[in-house]
Design a protein around this ligand. Sequence first.
Ligand SMILES: [Ca+2]
Ligand SMILES: [Ca+2]
Ligand SMILES: [Ca+2]
Length: 250
Amino acid sequence: MRTRHAVAFVPLAIVSIALADQTGFDEFEPGFLGTTFESGGITFSDNMQFRGEDPLLFAATNCTGTFTGDPAFSPSNTMNSGLWTTGTSAWFVRSHQWIATTGELADHASVELWYDSGADWDGIEVYLEGLVGDNVVVFDSFTHRQTVPKYEHARLEISGVPFERIRFICRGVGPTGDRDGILACFDNVVIEMTACAADFDGDGELTIFDFLAFQNAFDAMDPLADFDGDGELTIFDFLAFQNAFDAGCE
Ligand SMILES: [Ca+2]
Ligand SMILES: [Ca+2]
Ligand SMILES: [Ca+2]
């Protein structure tokens, strides 16, 4: 039997065109996913149930017995922090924080979650943040409240400002002390760039001023000038910008 060998050409500069990266965690068998894992072009990391602890394992759990019919749910899994279960019931697990990124700049992100009412968790602030470096440049939030019946759905969504990573995080202290977490399961994480990246000054047109704005950002070592998203400012960022500019905007 003949074996065919594919030859792959690696382009010098890999240019990221604006695409939505998203995952419903449904390609996995229920189980642990690692302390970091990739799904749908998104890499997840820094999972904690409690503030300051070492990163925990992410997990996928089959929730079809609980959420089937809920339009925010994609069968059959949700993502959980640190624990999973067999069967098809939702598993609300304490979550303090996780971080996700496509490795490229984005300006829109959303996540669906369902949370169980902890007996004394009222007042905890639950955030989805867009980060540049460690700075929060955009966020959405809601306040945890007692729920009847068992659980409540929430959607967190951020947009309008470029960011490198998203961070889900709970902050605050409940009535009985250190309670900066939520009993939750997550689904349908979307991270995307909706604006035209080459329109660097954001005026809706591609002009010489976008080159100047990019050049200035690069000179100022602004992370936004990391156009290829590799974490460094190099000649390849110029090439990526040039390519995106030549490709044009819709
Ligand atoms: Ca799903
Ligand atoms: Ca422009
Ligand atoms: Ca770069």
